[in-house]
Design a protein around this ligand. Structure first.
Ligand code: HPA
Length: 268
């Protein structure tokens, strides 16, 4: 595994013309940020040795190296979800490569179902913490580097959260804050499951992010995440959900998300 990570990193190092310390996983709601990257060098996942290939609709897979504002960045357009059939090792492989490339800070976005009564569809939720509800742990098995029993007391950087809150205030963007619970999907939750997750302490539930953030923390990479609340898992407000509706709500919230992330990456 370590050999594969090093092989992939060496392949990328030979081709990239920058040494970014900032990485972005362009999840739901951040697609347009890719258009703001300048001096781009792009490489498709299928052309990168050992990289899994993304399959889900709306997630075209490539790495983009370039500049965003004043920062050299590495962006993942398209992520790997556990529900697609990838193992946790595959889901988190790109983050391990990021560490090898010298990434220090990781920004992620996603879509989720809101379970907090105060949330509305289209809200942005700054992720303060997460609950790992995936059935397989990404760090299970041989410990490749870092601590065998990694600390997770600040999985999401408090400093970046504070900066993001300041930015939201300055720009007049309403943001929520809360706990994101990551679960395998691909089903959306039953009303009873939403209720259970809320009782467990989560404000939003989705099918990504947690594996990548765990592996990033293990690798000493600081993390920041925002979730778009695309549907509600609040008793009395639950209606049928579809991927299309999730996408529609996410697209509508995209400009707010892009503004915060762009500015935060500049100030980070
Ligand atoms: N549940 C799980 N994942 C999601 C949801 C949800 O309600 N909305 C968007 N992604």
């Amino acid at each position: 595994m370590l050999e594969k990570i090093k092989e992939t990193a060496a392949f990328l190092k030979e081709r990239m013309h920058t040494s970014p310390e900032t990485a972005i996983i362009l999840g739901t709601g951040l697609g347009n940020l890719a258009n703001e990257i300048t001096e781009k060098y792009e490489i498709k996942y299928q052309d990168i040795p050992n990289f899994p290939v993304s399959t889900v609709e709306g997630h075209s897979g490539k790495l983009i190296f370039g500049k965003l504002g004043n920062k050299d960045i590495m962006a993942m357009q398209g992520r790997f979800h556990y529900y697609e059939g990838y193992s946790m090792k595959e889901v988190t492989f790109p983050v391990r490569v990021m560490k090898e490339l010298g990434i220090k800070t990781l920004f992620v976005s996603n879509a989720s179902g809101g379970m907090n009564d105060a949330f509305e569809i289209g809200d942005l939720m700054i992720i303060r913490d997460h609950i790992n509800f995936f059935p397989e742990h990404p760090l299970r098995g041989k410990n490749l580097y870092g601590d065998r029993f990694p600390d997770m007391s600040e999985a999401y950087s408090k400093d970046l959260i504070k900066k993001a809150l300041d930015i939201a205030k300055e720009k007049g963007i309403k943001v929520q804050q809360g706990v994101y619970l990551g679960t395998q999907g691909p089903t959306f939750e039953t009303p009873s499951e939403y209720k259970m997750f809320h009782i467990l302490g989560a404000d939003a539930v989705g099918m990504s992010t947690v594996p990548e953030v765990i592996v990033a923390n293990h690798a000493g990479i600081k993390c920041f995440g925002i979730s778009i609340i695309t549907d509600l898992g609040v008793e009395g407000k639950i209606v049928e959900v579809s991927h299309e509706e999730v996408q529609k709500a996410a697209d509508a919230a995209q400009p707010k998300m892009t503004t915060i992330m762009r500015e935060l990456i500049n100030r980070a």
